[in-house]
Design a binder for this molecule. Structure first.
Ligand code: ADP
Length: 332
């Protein structure tokens, strides 16, 4: 099967409020790519169930993710945004992949081991997470997966599964599934959280993309810094506050603040105020759009419904070839 034009696919978990790590590590790229490529972005609510068993919260977080994408500039006329559970065939493909996956490969999963080490229950869903992720990618014929560095290993499993499926059920000359590539944008650094560790929902150290007012101020003021006194020169490159400032600032502001750090007489309180101003400004338009979207739930439903329809249509094409190749007879 010729794989000429790249197909961009990516999933985002509705397991909590999306934060600025998610924005700079994932959403920003998704938004930038979807207008010029065939793209499928899905809200992976089946995946979220590996850690979330609260129906009300799952429903709310799922709709929140849709609102976030739309507010941040996702154009539903250009690409598909939908709920993972609106394309149930991913579970069928995941099952086929389970039969091709050695348990030992999943046992080595870094993200599985991390989550269990953090105290999450080792349920079979969590263990099999990368296999469902592979099904998500391959069922839409995805060839480019924009992800952060931390997801590279999981994409490797998707690549292996595509190759293994082709080797088992097809041939190298006439593969059924294209082999996807991770698409890691080089300037995506790991965004630090309030405590200086990687910003992550599971560490409770996040700043929400749409946090504002007092709540935002409180979080920014609580960012951990060292105890260098106000008058002393400081190294911007080792400071959490500056690491965030550089994401939001233009070149001129970034240089001005870096110079102020190095000169001394500029405290972390000053830097935090600068950051607060920058963040408030950066997401101002998106915040307004989100508030407007909140008053139009029918529009959001329509976007997801149409996205789901496009997702199912594409998945049906791929699954027909997969079933045929694997010998799964269908009588209807
Ligand atoms: P979380 O750790 O908050 O649960 P996810 O694992 O759901 O976040 O990540 C969703 C996407 O956001 C992934 O592509 C991931 O690489 C990116 N991402 C998450 N946290 C960060 C971070 N602190 N810095 C950069 N990218 C991040």
């Amino acid at each position: 099967m010729a794989d000429s034009k790249p197909v961009i696919v990516s999933g985002i978990q509705p397991s909590g409020i999306l934060h600025i790590g998610n924005y700079f590590g994932a959403l920003r790229q998704h938004i930038a790519l979807h207008k010029s490529h065939e793209a499928y972005y899905f809200i992976v609510n089946y995946h979220a169930m590996t850690t979330l068993h609260d129906a009300t919260a799952l429903r709310q977080y799922s709709l929140d993710v849709a609102l976030d994408y739309l507010a941040l500039g996702f154009d539903p006329d250009k690409a598909a945004l939908f709920l993972q559970s609106d394309v149930p065939a991913v579970n069928e493909l995941a099952w086929i992949f389970y039969t091709l996956t050695p348990v030992s490969q999943l046992e080595k999963g870094v993200s599985y081991k991390d989550k269990v080490a953090q105290g999450l229950s080792a349920n079979a869903g969590l263990f099999n997470y990368p296999v469902l992720q592979a099904a998500d990618i391959l069922i839409y014929g995805g060839t480019r997966v924009p992800v952060g560095q931390d997801q590279k290993q999981n994409i490797e499993i998707s690549r292996n599964l595509a190759q293994k499926f082709n080797a088992t059920f097809a041939s190298e000359e006439r593969p059924v599934l294209p082999v996807p590539e991770p698409y890691i944008l080089d300037d995506v650094a790991v965004v630090p959280g309030l405590d200086g560790r990687k910003m992550s929902k599971s560490y409770g150290n996040t700043i929400g993309i749409f946090d504002e007012g007092k709540a935002l101020k409180k979080k920014v003021m609580s960012i951990v810094t060292d105890s260098t006194p106000l008058e002393a020169p400081k190294d911007p490159d080792t400071c959490n506050v500056f690491a965030l400032i550089r994401l939001f600032a233009d070149d001129e502001t970034r240089e001005r603040v870096a110079d102020a750090y190095r000169a001394g007489g500029y405290g972390f309180g000053h830097a935090k105020k600068e950051l607060l101003g920058l963040m408030t400004e950066y997401f101002a338009e998106a915040r307004e759009r989100r508030k407007d979207l909140e008053t139009r739930p029918d529009f959001v439903q329509d976007v997801l419904r149409e996205g789901g329809r496009r997702g199912r249509e594409k998945a049906a094409e791929v699954m027909e070839r997969v079933r045929e190749a694997a010998g799964l007879i269908r009588t209807h």
